[in-house]
Design a protein around this ligand. Structure first.
Ligand SMILES: [Zn+2]
Length: 352
C-alpha cells in the first residue's frame, strides 16, 4: 500500500471518527447532558456557499457548503431557540444575556455569497458579516489554496522548487494530487509566506493557470461588495490585505495589514469596520501580540477559527473569539445542533 493510498484511508477514517463524535455529542445534548458547554451561543464560519459540484479531487471541499444546508442550518438553529445577532452587536448581546446567540460570518468575500447565501439569509431575516481581504477586492493578491487546487486538477505532473532545485511531482491520480497539495501547503506555512506564494503563482502560470484570474472569478470586487451591502442584513469586516498569517508578520507589517484593511472597507462603506477575522485563524496564525494590535486599532472584536462556543457572560476574550466552522464534509442539520451544543469541543479537550 503506497503512502498516498494510506493518506486517503486516513482521511476517510478521520472523517468517520468526527461524524461519530458529532453523533455522540448530539445524543448527549438531546439527553440534557453537559448543558453548560453551550455557553452564550456561537459564531459560525462559512466560506463558499454554492451548489455542490462533485469532483474527484476537491482539497478545499471543507470550505464549501450548499445553499440547502445553509437553509437547514438556520431552520435548525431557530428551532433550537437561538437568537440571530449581527456580529457587531455581539458585545451588547453578550452583556445583556438571555437565550443562546448565533452569529454568522463568511470569510474571503466570494461572489457566491451574493448569489447563493444572501437569498437564504434574506429568507430567514438573519444578519451576517463578510470578512473581505483588500488584495482580493483590488485583484492584487491571490488565493493560494484555489490556485494550487486548479493547478493540480488540470495537470498530471507539477514542477516546483521546494528549495532544493526543481522537482517533478506525479499528480495524475486524485491521491497523488492530494499528497502534492499537502506538501505545497506545508511549504507555504513553513516559509516566508509572500515569497512562497510568489513561487506558487509563477509555477501556476508555467502550468497554464492564471492566479489573478482566479481571484477575479471567485471574489467580489468593490462593485460587488457595494451591491452586497445594499442588503441591511449584510456587513463587512476586515481580513487584512494579503491574507497571510498575521502572527508570522513583523510588528510593523501586522499593524499595517490590519489598519489598511480597515481603511479599504471604510472607503466602500463610509465607516470604519468594527470587526476583524485573522486569516487562517488557527493557533499558529494568531498571537497575543495580534490581539493587542487589533484592540489598539479600534476593532471592538476579532474572531479566530479556533473551535468553541461563546463563554459565559464576562468571560469572552473579545479579540480572540472562537468560531464553529460549517464543514462541507459534514452537511447534516443534526450536526449543527451537536456543534452548537459545544459538547464536541469539550470532548475534544478532554481527549487531548
Ligand atoms: Zn480567509
Amino acid at each position: 500500500m503506497g503512502p498516498t493510498i494510506r493518506n486517503t484511508i486516513r482521511t476517510i477514517v478521520r472523517r468517520a471518527a468526527i461524524a461519530g463524535g458529532l453523533e455522540v455529542a448530539g445524543g448527549l445534548s438531546r439527553a440534557g447532558l453537559m448543558a453548560g458547554a453551550r455557553g452564550q451561543g456561537a459564531i459560525f464560519t462559512l466560506h463558499h456557499v454554492r451548489p455542490k459540484l462533485v469532483r474527484a479531487f476537491d482539497p478545499n471541499g471543507h470550505l464549501e457548503i450548499t445553499p440547502e444546508f445553509l437553509d437547514a442550518t438556520l431552520t435548525t438553529l431557530k428551532r433550537d431557540g437561538n437568537r440571530f445577532v449581527a456580529l457587531e452587536q455581539l458585545p451588547d448581546a453578550l452583556a445583556a444575556g438571555g437565550g443562546p446567540i448565533a452569529c454568522f460570518t463568511l470569510d474571503d468575500g466570494y461572489r457566491n455569497n451574493i448569489e447563493h447565501a444572501l437569498p437564504v439569509f434574506e429568507r430567514h431575516q438573519v444578519p451576517f458579516t463578510v470578512f473581505v481581504t483588500g488584495g482580493f477586492i483590488d485583484r492584487t493578491h491571490t488565493l493560494w489554496w484555489e490556485t494550487l487546487a486548479d493547478l493540480l486538477a488540470t495537470n498530471e505532473t507539477m514542477r516546483f522548487d521546494f528549495g532544493r532545485g526543481v522537482e517533478t511531482l506525479q499528480t495524475r491520480a486524485a491521491a497523488e494530487k492530494q499528497a502534492a497539495f499537502h506538501r505545497v501547503a506545508a511549504f507555504l506555512h513553513g516559509r516566508d509566506e509572500a515569497t512562497a506564494i510568489a513561487l506558487l503563482n509563477a509555477a501556476a502560470i508555467e502550468h497554464g493557470i492564471d492566479p489573478l484570474a482566479i481571484t477575479e472569478r471567485l471574489t467580489l470586487d468593490e462593485t460587488g461588495l457595494r451591491r452586497l451591502i445594499e442588503s441591511p442584513l449584510a456587513s463587512l469586516g476586515a481580513h487584512t490585505i494579503s491574507h497571510r498569517s498575521v502572527a508570522r508578520l513583523s510588528d510593523a507589517d501586522a499593524r499595517r495589514e490590519i489598519r489598511e484593511s480597515a481603511e479599504r472597507i471604510e472607503a466602500i462603506t463610509g465607516r470604519r469596520p468594527l470587526t476583524f477575522a485573522y486569516p487562517y485563524g488557527d493557533a499558529p496564525a494568531v498571537s497575543r501580540r495580534d490581539h493587542r494590535i487589533v484592540a489598539d486599532l479600534g476593532f471592538t472584536l476579532a474572531v479566530t477559527t479556533q473551535p468553541g462556543t461563546l463563554a459565559a457572560r464576562g468571560h469572552s476574550r473579545l479579540h480572540a473569539l472562537p468560531r464553529i466552522s460549517l464543514n462541507g464534509h459534514f452537511q447534516r442539520a443534526r450536526y449543527v445542533s451537536a456543534l452548537a451544543s459545544g459538547i464536541p469541543f469539550r470532548l475534544q479537550r478532554r481527549a487531548l
